[in-house]
Design a protein around this ligand. Sequence first.
Ligand SMILES: N[C@@H](CCC(=O)N[C@@H](CS)C(=O)NCC(=O)O)C(=O)O
Length: 216
Amino acid sequence: MLRLYTYFRSSAAYRVRIALALKGLAYESVPVHLLRGGGEQHQQGYHAVNPAALVPALQDGPHTLTQSLAIMEYLDEAYPATAALLPPDALGRARVRALALAVACDIHPLNNLRVLRYLNHPLEQPEEVRNTWARHWMGLGLAAMEQELARSPHTGLCCHGDAPTLADCCLIPQAFNARRFSLDLAAWPTVQRIVAHCEALEPFAAAHPARQPDAE
Ligand SMILES: N[C@@H](CCC(=O)N[C@@H](CS)C(=O)NCC(=O)O)C(=O)O
């Protein structure tokens, strides 16, 4: 049995929820509320699951996995009978990983909850500065992704070809975050087109924050 420690609005958990849905894998959701009572991710019980105090974490039987990209690649390798999240060729896999990492390493960490909170306290930056920071780093990263997606013949209905890959698992949650910070995706038409296409697919819709058992 797969068990996912998740928070409805966490974009890193959202990535894994999409991957699980694309692969048709059933799982139990264990919500970890990132805000309530100072954040359940900081409680000892959760530290035993993930010492980094971050979601997601995935348990597969006795094994606990962390880091959304490592989890998604594990699912792809451990459950090969269902939809592949990486292309069959080495160059294709490198491109998909590069797009996924552009989100997971270059965009998302600068806008994570604990980073934005640190701007508020102890750095004492007002809400407005914090939001400008978030929009700046998201915009810079999405602009770079737009250029890569628009120029490559490998871009299809999805980031790489017409079937969803790890890159789409990362891009769609990041687009959700961008909208939360009032960034208009129209500035990046290829990104916007791919996001619209994927969001209309049932596995992506099922993984959406609003459809989660802990949604508020
Ligand atoms: N690199 C990690 C990032 C995980 C991460 O940053 N998760 C966020 C939610 S999207 C979190 O748990 N934040 C809690 C906090 O900032 O205290 C991954 O891809 O799994």
